[in-house]
Ligand binder design. Structure first.
Ligand code: ADP
Ligand code: GN1
Ligand code: MG
Length: 367
């Protein structure tokens, strides 16, 4: 953890009692996340405090303007649906004592505080078809809620975030520079990345040719970015709103395939465990279409099978690039962690590629 002090930041927020603890929390790769424990008349109430990673998000105010709008809109939607548990189904920003929705501290660090969604879990690895179905349904419902977001186009919090050809170009640049002298240790991963360049423009090309529309999308739909209700196993609340911005639904569906069809963790080192499981894919398609079919175009549906292949390749490229550049972007816990992650992604790309005909058949049957 960096030296930024969460307690000082927490005290700037309008919490309803005494702060007891601020503990590092979760397994996100980007922000610093803390669970706050607040004593409210003898009862402990938890909150989530986050310091935005400004190495990754260069314009935190523009990011928070998006988050503010998205939270407001989703809460309003849920309120009009009259759901009794609406407060568990969308994030709510806790204001600062000065009435702002985020804090910029004396060092220029940006912090925000959310309600803590209790009795729900963000899973790092999928454990059942039911879970896959629930996650996909929740992300589809999230996209549906944002389809009529009023106002101007959302800010792009990371330019070219899912422009896979740009990710490929960045990889080539990192390879050329090889600042850490690491390229010689990853020959087969580098070959894989170079040989699969044709995948990069599949979705961006369709967007550019206007075969598929730009929509408001989440852009970071990995399984642990939706909290699943521990009791009902329903996909309850979509979190990690930093990259909600204009994009393609295919990257959202694809990242579900990347993170919810393999029984192995994203950083599994035993590659024999990494594979795309067709029953999980079918559950994702069913769950996603149950909430998103109303607005998806036929072309978007037709491209669902390949979406996972493209984004898994893209995230593999990003892990490999970061490793070549000396691990400057993703948080890591061991040497070569990003290389391990890249390997796992590329193994999964192969597994998806081998099963594309069956995946296409599944989508045809279920749509
Ligand atoms: P990162 O961008 O670093 O991935 P996230 O916003 O995904 O950060 O948060 C990290 C983790 O914190 C999540 O995976 C989840 O476990 C937990 N978390 C985030 N927001 C909440 C919340 N409002 N309620 C409960 N847990 C949360
Ligand atoms: C990061 O923030 P987190 O851990 O949910 C990353 C995603 C990657 C993912 C890989 C802003 O997601 O793009 O797909 O790691 N987020 C950002 O696990 O770069
Ligand atoms: Mg996250």
């Amino acid at each position: 953890m960096p030296d930024h002090h969460p307690v000082t930041a927490a005290q700037a927020f309008d919490l309803p009692g005494e702060l007891v603890y601020a503990l590092p929390y979760g397994s996100g790769h980007i922000n610093d996340t803390y669970a706050l424990e607040v004593d409210v008349s003898g009862k402990i109430v938890r909150y989530i405090l986050q310091r935005i990673n400004q190495n990754v998000f260069k314009a935190p105010d523009a990011l928070m303007e998006n988050v503010e709008r998205v939270c407001h809109h989703t809460q309003q939607k849920l309120a009009t649906q009259g759901r009794p548990d609406a407060f568990r189904r969308a994030l709510r920003l806790i204001p600062t004592r000065r009435g702002r929705n985020w804090l910029t501290d004396a060092k220029g660090q940006c912090w925000r505080c959310y309600n803590f969604i209790e009795n729900a879990t963000g899973h790092d690895v999928v454990s059942s078809v039911r879970q896959a179905h629930a996650a996909a349904r929740a992300f589809g419902a999230f996209q549906a809620m944002l389809a009529d977001l009023p106002g101007v186009r959302l800010n792009e919090t990371i330019p070219n975030f899912h422009h896979t050809p740009t990710r490929f170009a960045n990889f080539k640049e990192a390879l050329k520079k090889d600042t850490q002298g690491r390229a010689k240790y990853a020959e087969s991963e580098i070959s894989f990345a170079l040989e699969h360049e044709h995948l990069a423009s599949l979705i961006t090309g369709a967007l550019e040719r206007q075969e598929i529309p730009e929509r408001v999308t989440h852009n970071d739909t990995k399984l642990n970015n939706v909290l699943i209700d521990d009791a009902s196993q329903e996909g309850l609340c979509v979190i990690d709103l930093d990259t909600v911005m204009p994009g393609s639904v295919l990257y959202d569906f694809g990242d579900l395939v990347r993170t919810s069809t393999s029984p192995a963790a994203e950083d599994e080192t035993d590659l024999d465990k990494v594979c795309m499981q067709l029953p999980m894919f079918a559950a994702l398609v069913e769950g996603y279409l149950s909430s998103a079919k109303v607005f998806l175009s036929p072309r978007e549906v037709a491209l669902l099978p390949q979406a996972g292949q493209v984004i898994t390749y893209e995230i593999g490229l990003r892990f490999l690039t970061d490793w070549l550049e000396g691990d400057v972007y993703f948080k890591y816990k061991r040497p070569n962690h990003n290389l391990d992650r890249a390997r796992t992604q590329f193994k999964l790309v192969d597994s998806i590629t081998a099963q594309l005909p069956a995946m296409r058949q599944t989508v045809t049957q279920l749509s």
